[in-house]
Design a protein around this ligand. Structure first.
Ligand SMILES: [Zn+2]
Length: 355
């Protein structure tokens, strides 16, 4: 009996197509699996007044794929890339105190923060300073306690900028081509997917503490100091409990409130809540409950909260869009109006966009 070609299978099995589209490429790895779950939960909660083209299986699949992209950058092992990327994935909240800061008092801007740290180090030199940024610290992960809140805020506004571009194009669709509108949409999806990674990292307690690879320093409660603990949370515990998106749909939460004005405080509050769960996580490990129902619930709640926050930041980014007057002037200068194109573009976009 002849084996049907993949083409035929895809043509006649719509369910198979859906499965192929929705399933992450490397479903077995937890780190990708966890980020995929956060993304899918958030995608379900996109507010109804955001455009329908965001809800297609193709966009959903793309967002899932992109949600692990910043971790893939680590595999390149390049000094420039590591330096730019690695400190963006975490924040050692306890490490802020040596610089006279807390999550709530961190300066608003990334470079204000790194300048503050540099000034503080200059005033309080230690033997460790000589090794910072050298040898194995080329990626500067010892140099700063992490940059996660900056990365989240900066990508929120990168997405907003992409929405602004789309809004501007759509308002002047008689001067732009459908391809320009399509490109603007693809940029929105790209940045939304990258954001998904960092908001997901922000829901994992070991990304918000200097106890990230086992408990460090004084340890009166005898928590684990095993350096593989992080990998177990990132990787093993979701597999152990077979946590899946399907099992979390019923408990998923609505988009968390994130605004265009107070987003910095709201991001800090989200990360603080995750940091507050560091010791409870170590307690679960110590009691053995991490491997039982209570531990399963704990990890599930982290993914659910990550999904709610991601939906909230996605929404805030959408609300941050405006008409770019400079770009409007440029469109008027460079592209003559094409009568009928606005109507045609709207029709084409509705029919074909991001299917
Ligand atoms: Zn990460």
């Amino acid at each position: 009996m002849p084996i049907p070609s993949a083409h035929l299978l895809l043509r006649f099995c719509p369910m198979l197509i859906l499965l192929l589209i929705a399933w992450p490429d490397t479903a077995s790895a937890w780190d990708e699996e966890g980020h995929a779950i956060v993304t899918l939960l958030a995608h379900d909660k996109i507010p109804s007044d955001m455009p329908d083209w965001l809800r297609t299986p193709k966009v959903r699949s793309r967002l899932v794929y992109l949600s692990s992209e910043p971790d893939r950058w680590r595999g390149q092992h390049n000094a420039h890339l590591d330096h730019a990327n690695k400190p963006d994935h975490y924040l050692d909240v306890e490490g802020l105190t040596q610089f006279g800061l807390t999550l709530q008092t961190m300066p608003l801007l990334r470079r204000q923060f790194t300048d503050h740290i540099a000034e503080h180090r200059a005033g309080h030199p230690t033997a460790e300073d000589k090794t910072l940024g050298q040898g194995r610290d080329r990626d500067y992960v010892k140099h700063v306690p992490g940059l996660l809140p900056y990365e989240i805020a900066e990508i929120q506004w990168t997405i907003a900028a992409s929405w602004t571009q789309l809004k501007t194009y759509e308002a002047h669709a008689d001067r732009v081509s459908p391809a320009m509108i399509e490109n603007a949409k693809e940029n929105i999806v790209y940045h939304m997917g990258i954001l998904s990674h960092f908001v997901g990292d922000g829901s994992q307690p070991l990304h918000l503490t200097h106890h990230h690879n086992g408990w460090t320093g004084e340890n009166p409660n005898g928590y684990t100091t095993d350096s593989s603990f992080h990998a177990f949370i990132d990787d093993g515990v979701v597999s152990l409990h077979r946590i899946s998106y399907d099992d979390l749909i019923d408990r998923s939460k609505a988009a968390r409130k994130v605004s265009t004005d107070d987003y910095w405080k709201e991001i800090a509050a989200y990360l603080q809540e995750t940091n507050n769960l560091v010791e409870p996580l170590y307690q679960l490990e110590k009691s053995g409950e991490l491997r039982r129902e209570k531990g399963k619930r704990f990890i599930e709640d982290r993914l659910i909260d990550g999904g709610a926050m991601l939906a909230g930041v996605w929404e805030a980014a959408f609300r941050g869009a405006h008409l770019d007057e400079f770009r409007v002037r440029r469109l008027k200068e460079r592209y003559p109006r094409t009568p009928g194109r606005k109507r045609m573009a709207a029709k084409e976009n509705a029919a074909t966009s991001m299917e």
